[in-house]
Design a protein around this ligand. Structure first.
Ligand SMILES: [Zn+2]
Ligand SMILES: [Zn+2]
Length: 215
């Protein structure tokens, strides 16, 4: 039994004859590594040797499959998504490639990708495509939704929000707010991939000899 329940201790009042009291808490810890859990079952499983379906021992905590199997599953998933995705030759928007660049895999554009990821890295990792992303505004307010949500709890049934005053002023403010924040965006992966034209042949400066040969 590795699992042990956690208790809170209450020391006795000064000068009292009583001994300390202990109150059991709804937490269990692994007696081996002392990690804390919400149930005795999970604490019990903590430091036990877990075996992956492939037969290999799982050495990391919290996982139910081994590292190799997880990598295979990830590759399989990526392959399926790639097959379903629309392939485009050019893309103006932001792109994503997990594990690269300085911004958790997100790049402002394909040229930004080429700026951050070196030619050697691309060849070494055999990178042939990047995921296209959509730029979505973080916060777009809707006047009607705001008014309705505030009336929901307080108004009587069938209440007509149009009798409220200042609707137009509020709406103007909402529109101004949306306009000012339209460029505060996040990147969301879309089901498209941009195929990279790579390795790019370096542009050759025509030499004097080439001209001479042609003549
Ligand atoms: Zn443990
Ligand atoms: Zn495995």
């Amino acid at each position: 039994m590795n699992a042990k329940q956690l208790f809170e201790s209450f020391p006795p009042a000064p000068n009292s004859e009583e001994s300390a009291t202990f109150k059991p808490l709804n937490r269990w810890f692994c007696g081996k590594c002392r990690l804390l859990y919400h149930s005795t079952e999970t604490a019990e499983q903590c430091c036990k040797n877990k075996i992956c379906s492939c037969g290999v021992e799982i050495t990391e905590q919290y996982y139910t499959t081994c590292k190799t199997c997880r990598r295979i599953q990830e590759c399989q998933k990526e392959k399926e998504t790639f097959e379903k995705a629309q392939k485009v030759e050019t893309w103006d928007g932001p792109v994503f490639l997990d594990g690269f660049g300085y911004n958790e895999g997100y790049f402002d554009s394909i040229s930004d990708f080429y700026d951050q990821v070196s030619d050697e890295e691309i060849v070494e990792n055999d990178i042939k495509y990047v995921w296209c992303c959509d730029e979505l505004p973080v916060c777009v307010l809707n006047t009607e939704d705001i008014v309705n949500s505030y009336c929901e709890d307080n108004a009587y049934e069938g209440f007509d929000t149009e009798i409220l005053h200042g609707y137009k002023e509020l709406n103007d403010a909402v529109e101004a707010f949306n306009e000012k924040n339209k460029n505060v965006c996040y990147y969301s992966q879309n089901p498209k991939v941009a195929l990279l034209v790579y390795p790019q042949e370096p542009l050759q400066e025509p030499s004097q000899e080439m001209f001479e040969l042609e003549q």
